[in-house]
Design a protein around this ligand. Sequence first.
Ligand SMILES: [Zn+2]
Length: 250
Amino acid sequence: MERRVRAATAVATLLLTGCAAPSPDPPARTGFTVRYEPPAAADRAEAARLRAGRGAEDAADRLNAFLDLPHEVVVVAKSCAGEGSGYAPGVRRIELCYDDAVEDRALFERAGDRPADEAVSAVWTETLFHEAGHALVDLLDLPAEGRAEEDAADRFAALMLLRQGPPGERALRLAAREYALAAASGTGPHAEDQDEHAPDAVREAAHLCHLYGAAPAHHPDLAPRFPHCPTTWPTTRDAWLQDLTPLLRR
Ligand SMILES: [Zn+2]
C-alpha cells in the first residue's frame, strides 16, 4: 500500500515536472487586443489624442471582462483614407479609423460642440463596440447578415455602453448625437456605408430608445419621443445576452 502511494507520488511528480517544462511556443492570445498603426500626416493630432486617451484599451478590457473569447480579435487603429471602420471575419480583425474621428470632430465643431474631445472619444468607443458586435456575430455564427447584422451590432454597442451606467449613457447619447448631426448634414463618416447600415436618423433614434428604455429616470426629456422603449429594452438586451451565453464569463 505504502509503496503504491509512493509510486503514484513519483508519477505525479514526473507529470508536474513535465507540465512545468518551458514550452517553445508562447500561449495563443485570446480576447480583444489593441494595436496602433502610425497615422497619415492629416490624422496625426487626432491619433495621438485617441491613443493617449486609451479609449480602445478601456473598451477591450470591458469586452474581455464580460466575454471569454476562444480566439484573438485584434483591434487595429489606423488611417483608413476614407474606407471606414470595419470587421474582417477571415482574419478576425477590427479596423478603427483615425480619419473617421477627424471627420467626427469637424461634425461636432460645426454644430458648436466645442471642445469636442469627449464626443469624439464617445463615438470612437461606440464604433469599437459596434465592430465587436460584428466579430461576435462571426464567432458565434449568428444568423444575421446585411442590415439585420448592422442593427444587431448597433444594439450590442448600446448594450456595452449601458452596462457602464451613467458614463456609458453619456457616451451613448453623444454617439446618437453624431448620427443626428450626420443625418442633418448628409455627410460624415457614414456617408459611404448607407447601403448596409440603417439611415443615420434611424440609428440615432434606436440608440436614444435603448438609452431611455434602460434608464428612463436619467433621461426624462426623451419620454415624449420614446414612451414604449422601457418595455422594449429588456427584450433587446436579453436577446443579445441569450446569444452571448456560450461566451459569458460567470
Ligand atoms: Zn457595421
